[in-house]
Write a protein that binds this ligand. Structure first.
Ligand SMILES: [Zn+2]
Length: 238
């Protein structure tokens, strides 16, 4: 088990839907932002399917969720939010997606990339299937970190546009089932709740919801000896 990384200077978070990163990692992101990290969010889809409201259209929902994600990023101190705009539910791991992520890696030069663990497909215990967009975003992000953004001969037109290869040192994967690395979010847990509430179309403003988030953070904290934590798998790339 590992705990509490040294604050990275530059962070790129790659995920599928507006709110993914805020549910899984906003306590950690808030902590690093407070300590001066330069953080970028890269949102692969438009989140246009995440609603049961019979009156909402995909176009309307995409606009709402974009606004919510921008508001959440502002609260967190995330400096830049990039939307790739793929249709929600239809994200596929292809070279187009990998190139787009590689391009941002070469532009932002992150020390650390955080994304969703693509190997997690389902949990029989929790009765849960991991959304295919989550898996696609995570897989494409890992492939972009290594080897695509790192090696010069991938996407040679990038070089002509002034982008040089970049080697990311640390990959942090949001672990849904078996975290091995923990970040203490005791000091930013209140901010996590505030940020989640910015996703109004997704999050019920109820005490029950807060209790659920608190219970999860406490459960992860218990594993690592913190009051509240978020859980990951960490890969140091040599
Ligand atoms: Zn999602």
């Amino acid at each position: 088990m590992t705990k509490n990384l040294k604050t990275p200077k530059t962070v790129l978070a790659v995920f599928a839907h507006p709110d993914d990163m805020d549910f899984s990692s906003s306590g950690t992101v808030a902590k690093w932002a407070k300590r001066g990290a330069d953080i970028t969010y890269l949102v692969c889809t438009d989140g246009s399917k995440g609603s049961e409201d019979p009156k909402v259209t995909p176009r309307k929902l995409a606009a709402i969720r974009k606004k919510e994600q921008l508001e959440a990023a502002k609260i967190l101190g995330v400096k830049d939010v990039i939307f790739l705009g793929h249709r929600d539910g239809e994200l596929v791991v292809d070279m187009k997606l990998k190139e787009a992520i590689s391009r941002v890696i070469r532009q932002k030069k992150p020390d650390l990339v955080i994304t969703l663990d693509p190997t997690f497909l389902y949990s029989t215990k929790r009765g849960f299937v991991n959304h295919s967009d989550h898996r696609a975003a995570g897989q494409a992000a890992i492939d972009a970190v290594f080897p695509l953004a790192r090696d010069r001969l991938n996407f040679p037109h990038h070089e002509k546009q002034g982008l040089v290869p970049h080697k990311t040192k640390t990959l942090l994967l949001v672990s849904f089932d078996a975290p091995e690395h923990f970040e203490d979010i005791t000091g930013t847990f209140a901010k996590k709740l505030e940020v989640l509430k910015a996703h109004k179309s997704q999050v019920p403003a109820t005490a029950e919801f807060e209790k659920r988030i608190q219970g999860h953070a406490r459960m992860l904290g218990k594993k690592a000896g913190f009051r509240y934590a978020e859980g990951f798998k960490m890969i140091r790339l040599s």
